[in-house]
Design a protein. Structure first.
Length: 498
């Protein structure tokens, strides 16, 4: 479209210049006749205003103005560092990657998903360890060995076993099995974080790719504007200041293209990093526009309260803390230690037997402090559930506000702004072909239309981003270290888990 407009501009430049020059000449003649007719009127001249101090370059130009032709300012070159990653339009991997392909790679290669699964495995192993029965103790005993060159008075062996009471082992095992469920919900939350981030950066990369193309159209428009200004300058219809402004505008559009390319590279590299796979520059295959219905705030909040992995993990942790309280309340109940043995009495020259039974008397230590700590952890976790609910509502309100704003913009751009801008550009172009307006108006109308398309793409990206987060329980951070099932401050196990 820009090339057609440039060809049309070249075809009509001569005709436009002739018409404008003739109009200027006629205006001068008409103005001089009016001055002659009204020469009898007297006008008191006002005091001249103070003139600004000219720059040295302006002084030189004013000395030459009217005496010789000054060439227009040179067109600036593109300067600045570039990203060595690759050109955004260059595709090193011939395969088209869809969103599903990136999600599959992330599920296989993203290290945080494996870490969160290992948290589950760790708690299951601790549950096994906590439920194991104590090992028996075997002892060898000898008394007065070597006295008088004899084998001693008595030698024998004893075996001892601790019998755990009050269901402590079962409670300990259930505690860590419940903690494994907490780890499962946290692993689900980590999967949502990874998948949400993959979806978001896939959408942002698609949007950045479209914005690059639109920014290049604006750059072509700025180049057309510069050509027009320089041609008008050559025939005396544009000032040197206008030429400088056109140069600055061109450079600004070049910077806009470079910024858009940097954004595309950034989102593409973030997307590749989230998958955990080593990819060259991939080609993305997907749609930017959302295909789902508008999200209702109350329905979204109800879904989050019912299914949020964060909230499910908090409820599971509360059940674990309840088991912990039950376990600590029976810790003081003494275990029974029983033992028996047999040996040979060398003095009596006969086999003898022994038996032993012991238990600890909980006279002073009934585990009072640890019980109070476990009860405090349980109460604190109840408050944590409420805090999580409130925080989810706060985060949803922030994200839903962004979503609704973007959705409103998208709808209005689709139904009103873009059609109106496009129609305005078509009418302006038709008027230019009929010699009713100047070429500058055509360039401005096309610039306005293209800028509206850029804003539309940006709103599409914002809508999809918020939509992904709301549907994904507001979770993001696909490369942050996954949290474990034990919050800070809670009781952890001793060498023998309980």
């Amino acid at each position: 479209m820009t090339t057609d407009r440039r060809d049309e501009s070249v075809k009509n430049k001569v005709k436009y210049n002739v018409v404008v020059t003739g109009s200027i000449f006629a205006t001068l003649l008409w103005g001089s006749s009016i001055v002659a007719q009204e020469s009898h009127q007297l006008h008191v001249p006002s005091a001249p205003k103070a003139l600004p101090i000219p720059l040295e370059s302006d002084t030189v130009s004013s000395d030459k103005a009217g005496r010789e032709f000054l060439a227009p300012p040179p067109t600036p070159n593109t300067i600045g560092p570039t990203w060595a990653f690759s050109d955004p339009g260059e595709v090193l991997d011939n395969q088209d990657y869809t969103l599903e392909a990136f999600l599959s790679m992330a599920a296989e290669y993203n290290p945080t998903i494996r870490q969160s699964r290992l948290h589950i495995n760790s708690q299951l192993n601790r549950a096994i360890q906590a439920g194991l029965y104590p090992n028996p103790t075997l002892r060898y005993l000898g008394e007065q060995i070597g006295v008088g060159g004899t084998a001693g008075e008595w030698q024998g062996a004893e075996i001892e076993q601790r019998f755990v009471t009050a269901g402590k082992l079962e409670l300990s095992e259930n505690k860590y099995l419940q903690r494994a469920k907490v780890a499962e919900f946290l692993a689900v939350a980590q999967q949502y974080r990874v998948c949400n981030d993959v979806r978001i950066h896939f959408v942002k990369a698609l949007a950045a790719r479209q914005i690059i193309d639109l920014k290049k159209e604006l750059l072509k428009n700025a180049e057309d504007n510069l050509v027009t200004i320089r041609e008008r300058y050559n025939v005396g219809q544009a000032s040197r200041a206008e030429a400088h402004q056109a140069n600055a505008l061109l450079q600004q559009h070049r910077l806009a293209v470079m910024n858009a390319q940097n954004d595309y590279r950034q989102h593409l590299l973030e997307l590749i990093s989230l998958t955990g796979a080593e990819l060259s520059v991939p080609s993305l295959n997907g749609e930017l526009k959302s295909s789902r219905d508008l999200i209702d705030f109350d329905a979204a909040y109800a879904t989050i309260l019912a299914q949020s992995p964060e909230l499910c993990a908090a409820h599971a942790k509360l059940r674990e803390d309840l088991i912990t309280v039950q376990r600590e309340r029976v810790e003081w109940v003494p275990d029974i230690v029983a033992g028996t043995g047999a040996g040979y009495n060398f003095d009596a020259r006969e086999t003898t037997y022994s038996a032993m039974l012991s238990l600890e008397i909980p006279l002073y230590d009934r585990n009072q402090g640890t019980i109070k700590q476990a009860e405090a952890d349980y109460s604190r976790q109840q408050s944590e559930i409420r805090r999580t609910e409130l925080d989810l509502r706060r985060r949803l309100s922030v994200e839903y506000g962004r979503y609704l704003t973007a959705a409103q913009n998208v709808q209005n751009y689709e139904t009103v702004i873009l059609p109106e801008r496009k129609k305005a550009y078509s009418l302006v172009l038709s008027s230019y072909k009929a010699n009713r307006i100047a070429w500058d108006d055509v360039l401005q109308a096309y610039d306005d239309y293209t800028r509206a398309r850029v804003e539309y793409v940006m709103n599409l990206s914002a809508q999809r981003t918020s939509e992904i987060l709301i549907d994904g329980f507001l979770l993001h951070g696909g490369l942050q270290t996954p949290s474990g099932p034990l919050p800070g401050g809670h009781i952890d196990s001793v060498p023998k888990p309980r």
